[in-house]
Design a protein around this ligand. Structure first.
Ligand code: FMN
Length: 215
């Protein structure tokens, strides 16, 4: 049976000691990376990932490189039952930032809580005083966990987007999520079934990203 489109098969992962032939472009994993694009939470609907798929998404996050095995990040899920409370938090956060925000702006802020069937939050807990692993390494680990989840969601056929927004830095938001002092809410990850054709951003030319150090 032909493999379902967008589904990565383990047999297509290049294993150690198998010299990859050609330019690798025919590989499913590489194709998934190259075709991944963000999908706005406004352009996704139910169904979201099943519980088993959510578990797989977390397993992909756990596969992120992690210097010193600190796992300097964690995920929070905002289930459907929490969305009204989250809308309240967004409203309070906007009032904190803009005390004169009008009802339209407050309503737009609230709406953000109801978008996307699966809404995750990615929290960094960085040890800024450690020499090893340096905080930059820890930050890169969080970025890799984020990318793994975005990519895995795309490979499963979902649309996903990372979104921070200004609310996440407000005290109201931090308090509501009970973030520790050393924690930063990096972003939400909104995931669902795409409702419109893909909109892909142009990517930089590969050659423009690489230079050679010649001593
Ligand atoms: C941590 C993080 C937070 C982001 N927050 C926002 C945001 O609040 N608003 C926004 O429009 N894009 C945000 N982006 C960018 C989008 O998620 C997306 O990467 C960008 O639009 C490029 O689209 P692409 O992934 O298809 O290349 C964020 C990206 C990252 C990595």
């Amino acid at each position: 049976m032909a493999p379902a489109k967008g589904v990565i098969h383990m047999s297509n992962i290049i294993h150690p000691f198998e010299a990859p032939a050609g330019d690798g472009m025919e590989n499913d994993v590489i194709e998934a990376i190259l075709t991944r694009h963000s999908v706005s939470p406004k352009r996704v609907a139910k169904p979201g990932p099943t519980r088993a798929q959510v578990k797989t998404l977390m397993a992909t996050a756990a596969a992120a490189p992690d210097h010193g095995k600190l796992r300097p990040w964690r995920f929070i899920e905002f289930p459907e039952s929490s969305r009204t409370a989250l809308a309240d938090v967004f409203e309070t956060a906007l009032r904190e930032r803009l005390p004169n925000a009008d009802s339209e702006a407050l309503s737009r802020a609230r709406d953000k809580a109801s978008r996307a069937p699966l809404l995750l939050g990615l929290v960094l807990r960085l040890n800024r005083t450690a020499d090893v692993p340096h905080v930059d390494d820890q930050l890169a680990s969080g970025g890799a966990a984020l990318q793994n989840v975005l990519l895995a969601a795309h490979a499963m056929g979902f649309g996903a987007r990372a979104l921070s927004g200004q609310a996440v830095r407000t005290q109201a938001f931090r308090n509501a999520l009970k973030l520790d002092d050393d924690e930063t809410f990096l972003c939400f990850i909104a995931i669902g079934t795409p409702t419109s054709a893909p909109r892909r951003n142009a990517r930089p030319a590969p050659e423009s990203l690489l230079s050679q150090w010649t001593g």
